[in-house]
Write a protein that binds this ligand. Structure first.
Ligand SMILES: *Cc1c(COP(=O)(O)O)cnc(C)c1O
Length: 340
C-alpha cells in the first residue's frame, strides 16, 4: 500500500529513534525534563520568540492559544475552512466559550481588508467583542497554499491598532517557510502565538509546540494542565522533535516536488476535472462526471493507493517523509492506467 492519506502517518527513522532512545528525561510537570526544555527553547529561538510549550497535539496548542487570547462573549475571526473551526470538535465554544466569525478567503487565505470589515464595534453591547484573528499557514483545506508575508504584515498592524491578538495555526508552517523562503523570525515578530506541529511534515511520532511571550506560555502551562496535557518523562518524544528540527526541514522541498508531479499527472487524467494549484505537499483534486469521492477512494485502495475524501467529489493526496521517488513512479503508473 502506498499511503497518501496524510503526512501524519510516517514512521520515525532509525536515526530519529536512536535520538529518542538516548534522550535524557525528567518530570516535565516539575519543569525538569532537560530534553523538553531544550526543544521548547530551540523552537522558540527558531522563530525569535520568547518561550514555548510542548503539547501532545496541534489541537491542544491551538485551543490553549485561543483560551489565552479570548474570554466568554468574545469572538475569533478566521476563515471558514480553518482547522480550528472544522476539525477541533467545536473546541472554541467548548473550551473558551467564544464565538467564531467565519470569512471566505482565497483558498482559505483571508486579507487585512476582510478582517477590518469584520471587527465588531466594541461599544455595541449586542455584538461579541472581537478579540483574536487566527490564520492557518499552510492552509490544509486550501490545498496547502501559503500566505504572501506582506498580507500577514498588514493584518498584524491592523490587529495591533485594534487591540486584537494574532494567532497562527502553523501545523504545516515549515512547508510554507521552505516553499516561500520567508524568514521564520519574521513570523515570530508578527504573531502573538504560533502553533507548530512536529507530527506532520517533520515526521515525528507525536507533538506540537506553542510559541509566544514568556507571560503567555506561563498561562499556557496552567491551561495545558487542566486539559490533561501535562506529561511526565516525555523528553523521549521531544528528542524526536529536536532531531526533526535539525534534519527534516530542508527535505520538505522534496515532498513539494513530488506533490507537484502528482498534480501534473492528475490533471491529464480523464477522470479528473480539476486540481488545485500545488504549492506545497498537498494535492486536492475534483473528480469529473460527478464521480463520488468515496467510490474513487475505494477504487484507489483496490489498486494499492490510500487517499482521503475531501468533499463529495474531492480527494486529497499528501506527500511526506515515507513517500519515495520509487513510490511516486508506481503511483504515476497506477493513476495513468486507471479507468473508471
Ligand atoms: C493536523 C493539524 C492540526 C493539529 O492536529 P492534531 O491532530 O491535533 O495534532 C492543526 N491545524 C492543522 C491545519 C492541521 O492540519
Amino acid at each position: 500500500m502506498i499511503d497518501l492519506r496524510s503526512d501524519t502517518i510516517t514512521q520515525p527513522t532509525t536515526d530519529m529513534k536512536s535520538a529518542m532512545m538516548h534522550a535524557r528525561v525528567g518530570d516535565d510537570v516539575f519543569g525538569e525534563d532537560p530534553t523538553i526544555n531544550a526543544l521548547e527553547e530551540k523552537s522558540a529561538a527558531y522563530f525569535g520568540m520568547e518561550a514555548g510549550i510542548f503539547c501532545p497535539s496541534g489541537t491542544m496548542t491551538n485551543q490553549i492559544a485561543i483560551r489565552i487570547h479570548t474570554e466568554p462573549q468574545t469572538e475569533v475571526i478566521c476563515d471558514k475552512r480553518s482547522h480550528i473551526y472544522l476539525y477541533e470538535g467545536g473546541g472554541v465554544a467548548y473550551n473558551s466559550m467564544a464565538s467564531v466569525r467565519l470569512l471566505d478567503g482565497d483558498r482559505g487565505r483571508i486579507t487585512a481588508e476582510m478582517v477590518a470589515d469584520n471587527i465588531n464595534n466594541p461599544d455595541d453591547i449586542h455584538a461579541p467583542v472581537t478579540k483574536l484573528v487566527s490564520l492557518e499557514n499552510t492552509m490544509n483545506k486550501g490545498g496547502g497554499c501559503y500566505y504572501d508575508f506582506r498580507e500577514i504584515e498588514k493584518m498584524s498592524s491592523l490587529c495591533r491598532e485594534n487591540g486584537l491578538k494574532f494567532h497562527l495555526d502553523g501545523a504545516r508552517l515549515f512547508n510554507a517557510l521552505v516553499a516561500s523562503g520567508d524568514d521564520p523570525k519574521k513570523y515570530g515578530q508578527h504573531f502573538n502565538t504560533i502553533s507548530i506541529c512536529l507530527s506532520k511534515g517533520l515526521g515525528c511520532p507525536v507533538g506540537s509546540v506553542l510559541l509566544g511571550s514568556k507571560e503567555e506560555i506561563k498561562k499556557a502551562r496552567r491551561i495545558r494542565k487542566v486539559l490533561g496535557g501535562g506529561m511526565r518523562q516525555a523528553g523521549f518524544l521531544a528528542a524526536a522533535g529536536i532531531y526533526a528540527l535539525d534534519h527534516h526541514i530542508e527535505r520538505l522541498a522534496k515532498d513539494h516536488l513530488r506533490a507537484k508531479v502528482l498534480g501534473k499527472v492528475l490533471i491529464e487524467q480523464p477522470y479528473v476535472e480539476s486540481v488545485l494549484a500545488v504549492d506545497t505537499n498537498i494535492v486536492i483534486f475534483t473528480l469529473a462526471n460527478k464521480v463520488l469521492a468515496v467510490e474513487f477512494v475505494a477504487r484507489l485502495k483496490d489498486i494499492g493507493i490510500l487517499a482521503v475524501t475531501f468533499g463529495k467529489h474531492d480527494v486529497r493526496f499528501v506527500t511526506h517523509l515515507d513517500f519515495t521517488d520509487d513510490q511516486l513512479e508506481q503511483v504515476i503508473k497506477l493513476l495513468s492506467n486507471l479507468s473508471l
